[in-house]
Design a protein around this ligand. Structure first.
Ligand SMILES: [Mn+2]
Length: 360
């Protein structure tokens, strides 16, 4: 029986530019999540830790970051097996030349050759370049040798909707190579394919990634036994992306309620995109949504330029005093259909806002 923890894609040194001023916190959180990975390894009783590539965003990251990551991994005390990925490939001048990797429990696996671990044999597939068309697991000999066999690779599982072409990993790679488990990196979302799995990033890297922020605790009873895979939450930030198309009056209230319901706003990054039809009564909630997104969260943004004044909402027009302004408003409303430019729609919204200010 063997117990170990599988993590990948720490992407330390990524810039998180989209997060603006919150970028610093986003970058710091990747170190904290690394510490949570070590805590998870300890509490799950892992005998060793596997790091399946892209520990670093690129090979030129600040050396203090390399030192810090090495120190975190060294504190685990038990063996850590690391492969270079496509973001941090083993090449001259790479992060893997740093002296921190000489710590006795840290093993940067630089060659495609079997390694003896406690209770298992590890088959590492380190990458030497950023792009490649070969299956990095192809070298693993398909031999049952009475030991628990674990592969460690970084690449794109074939046949997935978003599979990229770099370092293709066959869907049956684990079976072909006679592996009990194949620990994968490259995809930032946790995903399992029988005897192989992506742990996903230990901390989500951007909006739109699903099932990110986990490490996998594994237990394999013996050679040939199915691996028991237990995802452990290691992520500290929540990235909420909300896209709503509005069709009827008041529908915006649901988006507002969902944004208000986000727990731990101080560690949430929230991006809301509204399209569709805008009714005059929605202006209040829209302003409220904008204020909450601008103040409450670690990061918040509202993209509402895609909203159009609803043509059937008479309030847009009725609010504007009869005369030349109202005539202009009627024209703008008629122009502001979805096929037209949003200049007319925005002009109508402005005209409406002006008219309301006049009355106030
Ligand atoms: Mn990668």
């Amino acid at each position: 029986m063997v117990k170990f923890l599988h993590t990948a894609d720490w992407q330390i040194g990524m810039r998180a530019e989209r997060a603006g001023e919150a970028g610093t916190r986003v970058r710091q959180e990747r170190f904290r999540a690394a510490e949570r990975v070590i805590e998870a390894a300890r509490s799950s009783g892992a005998e060793f830790l596997l790091v399946a590539g892209d520990t670093f965003e690129h090979n030129a990251v600040e050396r203090v970051s390399v030192q810090a990551v090495g120190d975190i991994l060294a504190r685990f005390g038990r063996p850590v097996y690391i492969i270079p990925g496509n973001h941090d490939p083993l090449s001259p001048g790479s992060v893997w030349e740093h002296p921190v990797w000489r710590a006795p429990n840290l093993h940067v696996l630089r060659e495609a050759a079997p390694v003896d671990a406690v209770g298992a044999e590890i088959f590492p597939c380190p990458l030497q370049e950023a792009h490649g068309r070969r299956d990095p697991t192809a070298w693993i000999p398909a031999a049952a040798d009475g030991r628990i066999r674990i592969g460690l690779a970084h690449g794109s599982v074939q046949g997935l909707p978003q599979a990229d072409a770099d370092f293709p990993v066959a869907r049956d790679a684990a079976e072909r190579a006679g592996l009990d488990y194949l620990a994968l990196g490259h995809w930032h979302s946790h995903a399992e394919f029988g005897r192989m799995a992506y742990s996903g990033s230990h901390e989500q890297t951007k909006f739109g990634e699903r099932a990110s922020g986990y490490a996998l605790a594994l237990e394999i009873a013996g050679p040939g036994a199915a691996p028991a895979i237990e995802p452990v939450r290691t992520g500290g930030l929540e990235w909420v992306e909300m896209a709503r198309e509005l069709h009827s009056p008041g529908e915006i209230q649901r988006a507002l309620a969902d944004v208000k319901a986000i727990a731990s706003p101080g560690s949430a990054l929230v991006s809301v995109r509204l399209t569709g039809l805008m009714f005059a009564d929605d202006l209040g909630p829209l302003a409220q949504l904008r204020d909450i997104l601008g103040s409450r969260f670690l990061f918040g943004e509202l993209e509402a330029a895609g909203l159009r004044p609803a043509p059937e909402d008479a309030a847009w027009i009725d609010a504007i005093p009869a005369g030349i302004l109202r005539e202009a408003a009627v024209r703008l409303r008629d122009w502001a259909d979805p096929a037209s430019s949003d200049v007319a729609a925005n002009a109508l919204l402005e005209l409406y806002a002006l008219a309301r200010e006049e009355r106030a």
